[in-house]
Design a protein around this ligand. Sequence first.
Ligand SMILES: Nc1ncnc2c1ncn2[C@@H]1O[C@H](COP(=O)(O)OP(=O)(O)OP(=O)(O)O)[C@@H](O)[C@H]1O
Ligand SMILES: [Mg+2]
Length: 381
Amino acid sequence: MAEQIRLLVVEDVPQVASHMRSLLQAQAQIKMLEVVTSGERALSAVGEFRPDVLIVDALLQGRVSGRQVAEQVRRADPMVSIIMLTVPQNPVTEDPAHGVDSVLRMPFSGFDLTTLVRRTHEQRGSEGARAGSVMVTLFSPKGGVGRTTLAYNLAVALGREHTVCLIDGSMQFSDLRGLLRVPAAVPSIVNLPTDRIRDSDVAEVVWKDPSGIDILLAPPRVEMAEMVTVRDIEKALSIIRQIYEFVIVDTRAGLTDDVLAFLDASDLILQVLAYDSMAIRSLAMAGEAFMAIGYPPTKLATVLNRSDSAGGMSKADVEEVLGQPVDFEVVSDGRLVLAANNEGVPFVLASPDEPISKGVRAIADKLAARLRDRAPAMAGP
Ligand SMILES: Nc1ncnc2c1ncn2[C@@H]1O[C@H](COP(=O)(O)OP(=O)(O)OP(=O)(O)O)[C@@H](O)[C@H]1O
Ligand SMILES: [Mg+2]
């Protein structure tokens, strides 16, 4: 079933409120959370109930008018879609900048109400997605190819000029906690609310890494991974994508449901491989699965890690088995990676001039160009 839309109503005429309630009773998609009977209490109720959609009566009596409610809520919580309810004698026009996303005129039917709530909610959601970040997930069917190392350093390289959230997608073993030696008490994705998540919730839960990026960690204990559902991941991503310019995800090996949730939401899947025939073969199989799912080829890129440790294979061999070109190469530097990982520092900052750091920066530069290409669309007409 599709996620319920959470509706809060600001209405001081009891008959109108109960009319809405009865119209909504026959359906399950919209959940009417509460009726707030005065404009003064609207803002705190939005904080408390976390609605997706707010209906406000334009003709509210009292100190705070319907319009003021809409403006206040828009400023305080831009994620909430707002519908202004009015009568034909008091025309209201749509004005999203001031919190009026759409207008509901009395009298209205149950169909009018549910359709408008749904449409307004979807519209605001897709506007948010358009303005969102570039999301990149590092993927590999096999373990130990360098996803965590590359994800962290790539995120930090991007973080020098952009806002970045790195997500620890290895839900059971939290590779980034291990890499960064984060105390167990630092919150994780399980500490995000399970209803609607707001910017401030994300700010409270992410780890502010000294390298300049924010990191949403996986749970500190293996058994806690079960507490994170695909739905939780999707919810967290939809808000995180609105806050940061880049979202980089480190995943666990394999093509499980949680990994798929990250891949589905991504703009780019960065497939990490090494000169290892088993890893290459399983990546080719994953490629077939991606095709079956319907991911466009433009969603896929490959990075060959430890690209100077060929072990009898050539890059052309790899590309042949893979059926895709190798887009990026990062050389091996066991000494530097070991030292940097052991200290939990990113080598792209510690040794920016080494070839391995340059390899990671080349990926970062390409991604930054992708964000720039998207910028005009973000600004809007
Ligand atoms: N370019 C590189 N040069 C040298 N060592 C590397 C390089 N990339 C990764 N390593 C090393 O390889 C090992 C595996 O790397 P990493 O943990 O990043 O891989 P992973 O794909 O995340 O593995 P896992 O399956 O455990 O999640 C680590 O010891 C890391 O230090
Ligand atoms: Mg890892």
